[in-house]
Design a protein around this ligand. Structure first.
Ligand code: BTN
Length: 341
């Protein structure tokens, strides 16, 4: 059920569903609750229509109390990703998340967003899936995406950048993940170039950046992110247990996935605005501060080939600058980086 609302949202041309508005109003009013008549007035629909929408939300698992004195109150939310709920929590962003879609299952959210990009959908669209049957990581690896255990999503971007600068977006994604995880868990992750987010040396999130470009201009970028949120240690395949972890394993608590998702999108919106206004340096400084790769001796493998050296810094396009043992500075934009012990 769609309805246009006024003000900021209308200027951005974003329709906000009635459910999004109901959930936003319930959150805004918290324990005080909001009367059915007021909700109906705000939304420009009848009280019976409000009741019908509330009943639908309850059927999805939203615990909404209806009392004659306090009106409607939101007492609890289910552990599921729901586009209206995500939109109601997100608030106003400049670009990221102005269109959010959630699939129960898909092959890969990167493929869904690639299709949206070709169909001309505006940048900022985000596609989540509760599970992926063909989730993929960098270098052709599989990405485990079990139902409701993590955040598996992709963002459509159309940055005003040269294709050589596309790594800036991977760096932006890493900073958004870093900030959101720190805000929600209090843990301070480390970043391994270019896209791994680590906790206690184990990977908990990764980024897959896929680009469509003309010779001198990016057409669009699909920024895919995977975060292992609520998997238990036993839910990781044996071969991954030494190298992968989840936020649940590291904090000892189940996390609110929707809350984390919204924080990632809000942070990505901020970082993306910096990149689009030519301020990648600010983002790179923050990235270097938390990077586990800079200053270390590393080996970078590209299939059969490998280069060794000391990781010095990021260049203005987001590539890793590696000083080899012969003193040459190599510019690394891909490959698999291992930090030498
Ligand atoms: C990596 O670390 O190798 C990148 C992992 C990226 C996984 C995410 S999950 C959502 C999106 N869809 C995919 O198929 N992959 C990315």
């Amino acid at each position: 059920m769609w309805r246009w609302i006024f003000g900021n949202e209308l200027e951005k041309g974003t329709p906000m569903t009635v459910d999004t508005q109901i959930l936003a109003a319930l959150r805004e009013n918290g324990a005080a609750g909001i009367a059915g008549t007021e909700l109906a007035l705000r939304l420009g629909i009848s009280r019976a229509a409000v009741w019908a929408r509330v009943s639908e939300l309850r059927a999805l698992g939203y615990d909404i109390e209806a009392s004659p004195h306090l009106g409607y109150r939101l007492l609890g939310v289910p552990d599921l990703l729901h586009a209206d709920d995500l939109l109601s929590r997100l608030g106003t962003t400049q670009i990221i998340g102005r269109d959010i879609r959630v699939f129960e299952e898909t092959t890969s959210t990167n493929d869904v967003v690639e299709k949206l990009a070709r169909d001309g959908v505006k940048e900022g669209a985000v596609v989540f899936a509760e599970s992926q049957t063909k989730g993929r990581g960098r270098l052709g690896r599989k990405w485990l995406s079990p139902a409701r255990k993590g955040l598996w999503f992709s963002v459509l971007l159309r940055p005003p950048l040269h294709p050589l600068a596309a790594t800036q977006l991977t760096v932006a994604g890493a900073i958004a993940l870093f900030r959101a995880i720190r805000l929600q868990t209090g843990l301070v992750p480390g970043i391994k170039w270019p896209n791994d987010i680590l906790l206690r040396g184990k990977k908990t999130a990764g980024i897959l950046t896929e680009m469509s470009a003309e010779p001198d201009k990016v057409k669009h970028i699909v920024l895919g992110m995977g975060v292992d949120v609520n998997l238990t240690a036993a839910e990781f395949p044996v071969e991954l247990r030494k190298i992968a972890t989840s936020l649940r394993v590291e904090t000892g608590q189940r996390l609110d996935r929707a809350e984390l998702a919204v924080r990632i999108l809000q942070e990505l919106d901020r970082v993306y605005a910096l990149i689009c206004s030519g301020k990648f340096e600010t983002v790179a400084d923050e990235w270097e501060e938390h990077c586990l790769t800079i200053g270390e001796r590393v080996t970078v493998r590209f299939g059969e080939r490998m280069i060794q050296g000391r990781a010095e810094s990021l260049d203005p396009d987001g590539a890793l600058l590696l000083r080899t043992q012969h003193g040459h500075l190599e510019r690394i934009i891909g490959g698999d980086v291992t930090v030498e012990k």
